[in-house]
Write a protein that binds this ligand. Structure first.
Ligand code: HEC
Length: 166
């Protein structure tokens, strides 16, 4: 729910910002825009969601709930959308990570290949942590949990990776 609101706010803000120089030139409007922008999450809040969804992906894949794994991956990336606006330079690094480095995990999910998934997932944990180190957050070290971050979902529902609605 909250994330939906955040996403709508981001889209709304992007539209306002794109509305042109006449809007931006008005100091009051600019002040309001800056205020809205300051209230949109930067990296820490979306990363919280990335962390949880990333943990959940593992248990979904191992439970044969491939649609849930694909779904978690989709919204793991979607969680970072506010950073497009609030931290564009850092978001570009995230996008590169998700499009390229994380592709091996997504590929294994689409192929329902548990072995390839395990190899890719394990390797990616190091990549998460390299980015943390590179951005001065070496003290945030991701480790795989013994169970999913969200226990209120059945990870063993059998499903196909393509079952996620577009
Ligand atoms: C583009 C670089 C980058 C990548 C890639 C990245 N992170 Fe992060 N992550 C950050 C930064 C920066 C922070 C600190 C946030 C801040 O203070 O703004 C962070 C913080 C976190 C946190 C702590 C959030 C909190 O406040 O509780 C978790 C958990 C996390 N990341 C998980 C992950 C996982 C899991 C992956 C890989 C799937 C990952 N991150 C990939 C940059 C990255």
């Amino acid at each position: 729910m909250i994330n939906d609101k955040v996403r709508k706010l981001v889209v709304g803000c992007a539209l306002l910002l794109a509305a042109g120089p006449s809007l931006a030139a008005d100091p009051d409007t600019q002040k309001q825009l800056d205020g809205i922008k300051a209230a949109i999450p930067k990296f820490a809040i979306p990363m919280r969601e990335v962390g949880d969804r990333f943990q959940n992906i593992y248990f979904a894949a191992h439970g044969g709930n491939w649609a849930l794994a694909a779904y978690m991956s989709k919204y793991m990336n979607g969680a970072m959308n506010p950073a497009m606006l609030t931290k564009p330079a850092e978001y570009a690094v995230w996008k590169n990570f998700n499009d390229n480095t994380f592709a091996s995990v997504n590929k294994a999910i689409m192929a329902k290949d548990v072995k390839a998934f395990d190899t890719a997932y394990k390797a990616v944990v190091d990549d998460c942590n390299s980015c943390h180190k590179g951005m001065g957050y070496g003290f945030i070290k991701v480790v795989k949990l013994g169970g999913p971050a969200d226990s209120g979902i059945d990870y063993k529902v059998k499903s196909e990776p393509g079952d996620v609605p577009k």
